[in-house]
Design a protein around this ligand. Structure first.
Ligand SMILES: Cc1cc2nc3c(=O)[nH]c(=O)nc-3n(C[C@H](O)[C@H](O)[C@H](O)COP(=O)(O)OP(=O)(O)OC[C@H]3O[C@@H](n4cnc5c(N)ncnc54)[C@H](O)[C@@H]3O)c2cc1C
Length: 833
């Protein structure tokens, strides 16, 4: 029997080796158009980043060793250019350009997939590369070695694109990723991708989502550069561009030979991996095959399935069609900087596209017991049938232990299991490896609570769109967590206080409950339901999922300012890992820094630890805290800004966040609260525009910090800036009620004076301020109170507008024009805003 194999890497080499193991007498010839066979495509990006240093390690076999071991002929640099199924022969073009034919009894196609390279202007310019094989890798390696690469652009944010981004970053380049979709990593849902966006941002990767590349312009200069032009008119200048837009199954040969091409665009094969011509088989990236869950044919570009298919097809080619291929559910995993991102089966977005009914559950657990050092957070989302609980798929984003959990989920999906099977799975457990309740089991428990109706899930999009007038948003986290950021319009009643504060919660509205990750929300919803509240929902994945997804939604993850869109020569190539550490103050680290371990604690644990430690410290003393909660990096910045303590240094590595905080000096406190040394300042807050209110409090705080006596007179619309969120019931006449209905009910509902865009503007403004570490309006207002700024509410305006004293924050005093004038005559600055 004579077997010809087209393609000498994953599928082809596996098939050839197995044929030999099945039949010692068979004649086998393997054609490979490139110079290498059986190499590690999956390791190529790591060679660019010098993680794999020895190029020789990329080659699992050479043509010589493989040919000798398996007694077969390996013809490299030999491209099969035609197949004649009737004559059972192929035409081959060798290195010299000569063409010849070779006959076969059985033929295998494993030609893989080719990179997509759209016909964009300038796409063939110097410095623009695709990455698919060893030759591509050698070209990129040579280029990064011989050119100063300070800025790199990766087009496409699939797993190869992200791996390339990480490895180029490791060479010292600043990296920007341009992606046409609204998220990275297409196989996972948007809410999970949000966590990856946050991580990339922390690593100083500039993410341009929802952005198409329009073209490339080569730039002249001492070192060649490329201007990447984006569809929105913006530009990025880079020293190298990697195109990782996607791949297409290599079907040209099959098409020419008249083989059937399937619905998804891959070579059609039956369950024996046989093409439409009986003596021709095909495997790997080039074929399409029905997805075991959806039944729909799909293209799956993964090495595991290619190898598995190679083994099956070799048996069928030698012994006749006996073994059926069961199909692949696309289980994949990728390292994205310190993160691991993995998925299996069908995500929510695909199920939606297919019109299949489904539910999801998102849980956040520790990779191992929280009390054992360095437990790292892991976020798990599963999709399942709303009645039977059949598990459709799973996605995990985390730092450690993601691989073993995704494999467990994959087994259940592939064996048509349900979420209940996740509960019955047995896990090996000891504190360094897992928890007695493994993250996979927790995902199963939560899903079974959803299915039994014990918990009504609420998904982040619904929460985001919810109108606070129609639903009651209840934040059951602690006041400290709430102060670090919450959902607009939410009322904070910590879960432990809930039983005593039930009368504050309306019974005539749906209750949208949330906590940090979902657990306390679930406990709170139980308390509420058992106290007679009917319509209670718990936010799946809690504020952590909401924040990550909502942030990405606005598309406003800031582009790192260090990577200017202009051609800028100032980048420092030695500045390899700019996110680690960031020095954020002029203070230096003292030798006697107190070390605190907050690893394994979830928000607000690390922040509470800082607070308790700082309370016991003397001014000027420093503490170093380590935490594994990914939100910690931003929380500590916000906390220091709010409290006035000094963030001396911050860094992160492999999922562990470290911060050095110095306790503020007493005189800073006293300076802020000192009695007026100057003549004083007054501000009239007439407007209730968010931007003007921000400006007012910034000015007031600035003045108060210099020791000035500051008074703000809130009049007419300005009263809305100091209204309480949760107001007691008050008696109002018809006009008071009308004003109450028409005006913003509290500072969280203020509009922008410009670009309000039906409420989008203020949300964006608040979001961007938060990302940039700028205090929110409410924080600035609290600081003003702490700084001793006087708030006077205008009695006359209150009477006109039917505003009652109880509706205003407690710090406000009521006064008339005389109160204001009394201060104004003494002040040397009086502002009307
Ligand atoms: C950079 C990179 C990283 C990856 N990382 C991962 C990963 O981490 N995990 C994972 O599961 N998968 C990964 N993959 C995908 C994985 O490598 C592929 O799914 C797998 O190699 C597919 O095997 P294949 O045999 O179908 O194609 P390939 O392994 O691509 O082999 C096809 C071969 O056929 C040759 N060929 C094509 N046409 C002809 C012809 N007419 N005549 C002769 N020869 C021909 C090509 O030159 C090529 O060498 C990665 C791929 C790349 C490029």
């Amino acid at each position: 029997m004579k077997h010809l194999i087209i393609g000498g890497v994953a599928g082809g080499a596996t098939t050839a080796a197995r044929i030999r193991r099945n039949d010692e007498k068979a004649e086998i010839i393997m054609f490979e158009k490139g110079p290498y066979i059986s190499y590690a495509n999956c390791g190529l990006p790591y060679y660019i980043g010098d993680v794999i240093k020895d190029r020789a390690k990329l080659f699992v076999q050479t043509p010589e060793t493989f040919g000798t071991r398996f007694n077969m002929e390996i013809r490299t640099k030999s491209e099969v250019i035609a197949i004649d199924p009737e004559k059972h022969q192929v035409t081959v073009r060798n290195e010299q350009g000569e063409e010849y034919t070779e006959s076969y009894d059985k033929l295998l196609l494993s030609p893989g997939a080719g990179p997509v390279k759209p016909p964009l202007p300038g796409i063939d310019s110097e410095g623009i590369f695709t990455m698919r094989n060893v030759d591509d890798t050698d070209r990129i390696k040579e280029y990064v070695t011989s050119h100063p690469i300070r800025r790199a652009v990766v087009v496409g944010a699939g797993f190869i694109g992200l791996e390339m981004a990480e490895n180029l970053h490791a060479t010292g380049a600043q990296v920007a990723i341009v992606e046409m979709a609204d998220q990275v990593m297409a196989p996972i849902d948007f809410s999970m991708a949000g966590l990856v966006h946050q991580h990339l941002y922390q690593k100083n990767i500039a993410l341009h989502l929802n952005q198409a590349v329009k073209g490339f312009v080569p730039l002249k200069g001492p070192d060649p550069a490329i201007r990447v032009e984006l569809a929105d008119g913006s530009q990025i200048v880079a020293d190298i561009v990697i195109l990782s837009i996607g791949v297409r199954p290599e079907t040209s040969l099959a098409k020419k030979a008249g083989l059937k091409i399937g619905k998804a665009g891959g070579i059609y094969v039956n369950e024996f991996l046989q093409t439409s011509k009986s003596d021709i088989y095909a495997v790997g990236d080039a074929i399409e095959y029905p997805h075991p869950v959806s039944g729909e044919p799909w293209l799956n570009y993964l090495a595991g399935p290619a190898n598995r298919q190679g083994r099956i097809v070799a048996d069928n080619m030698v012994f006749g069609n006996k073994i059926k291929y069961e199909g692949s559910i696309g289980t994949s995993i990728a390292k994205v900087f310190d993160m691991t991102v993995a998925s299996t089966g069908l995500p929510g977005k695909k199920l939606k596209q297919l019109g299949l009914p489904y539910l999801t559950s998102t849980t956040h657990s520790n990779s191992h017991a929280g009390y054992y050092p360095n437990a790292l957070q892991m976020s798990t989302k599963i999709t399942f049938h709303p009645e039977t609980g059949r598990l459709y798929g799973g996605q995990i984003v985390g730092y450690e232990g993601v691989d073993k959990r995704i494999d467990l989920l994959a087994q259940i999906v592939k064996k048509n299991g349900t979420v209940y099977d996740l509960i019955t799975l047995e896990h090996a457990y000891a504190p360094p490896y897992s928890s007695a309740k493994d993250p996979v089991a927790i995902a199963g428990y939560v899903a079974s609570n959803i299915l039994s109706g014990k918990m009504k899930p609420l998904y982040w999009r619904k929460m985001q769109k919810a109108d606070s007038a129609q639903v009651f948003k209840l934040d059951v986290r602690t006041a400290e967590e709430n102060a670090l950021g919450t959902i607009e319009g939410a009322v904070n009643i910590p879960v432990d206080a809930l039983r005593n504060r039930l009368e504050e919660i309306p019974r005539d509205k749906p209750l949208y409950v949330f906590c940090a990750v979902g657990l306390r929300g679930y406990l709170a919803s139980n308390i509420l339901v058992q106290n007679g509240f009917k319509d209670v929902y718990n936010l799946s994945g809690g504020y952590k999922t909401y924040e990550a997804a909502a942030e990405s939604e606005y598309g406003s993850i800031p582009i790192t300012p260090a990577f200017s869109s202009q051609y800028d020569d100032s980048g420092d190539p030695s500045d390899k890992n700019r996110s680690t550490p960031i020095r954020s103050s002029a203070s230096s680290i003292s030798a006697s820094v107190l070390k605190i371990d907050a690893t394994g604690l979830q928000c607000p644990g690390p922040i509470m630890k800082i607070k308790h430690t700082i309370d016991a410290m003397e001014p000027g003393e420093q503490m170093e805290i380590q935490a594994t909660d990914p939100g910690f990096a931003r929380d500590v910045q916000a906390w220091c800004q709010t409290t006035g303590n000094i963030l001396v240094e911050q860094s992160d590595s492999k999922g562990i966040f470290r911060a050095v905080v110095e306790k503020k000096q007493k005189q800073e406190l006293s300076a802020a609260s000192a009695p007026s040394g100057g003549k004083g300042k007054t501000l009239i807050m007439f407007s209730d525009d968010l931007d003007k209110a921000l400006a007012t409090f910034v000015l007031a705080n600035g003045a108060a910090a210099t020791g000035e006596k500051v008074s703000i007179f809130f009049t007419f619309w300005g009263l809305n800036v100091i209204k309480k969120v949760k107001k007691p019931k008050t008696r109002k006449d018809i006009f008071g009620k009308m004003f109450g209905m028409m005006l913003p009910s509290h500072s969280g509902a203020l509009k922008l004076s410009k670009m309000n865009m039906f409420g989008m503007g203020p949300r964006m403004m608040r979001h961007i301020m938060k990302l940039r570490g700028i205090d929110s309006l409410e924080d600035l207002r609290t600081q003003a109170i702490e700084n001793g700024v006087e708030f006077i509410a205008c009695q006359m305006s209150m009477d006109v507008m039917g505003v009652k004293k109880e509706e205003l924050i407690d710090h406000a005093t009521i006064g008339g024009v005389a109160s204001y004038m009394n201060r104004a005559v003494q002040a040397d600055v009086n502002l009307f805003i």
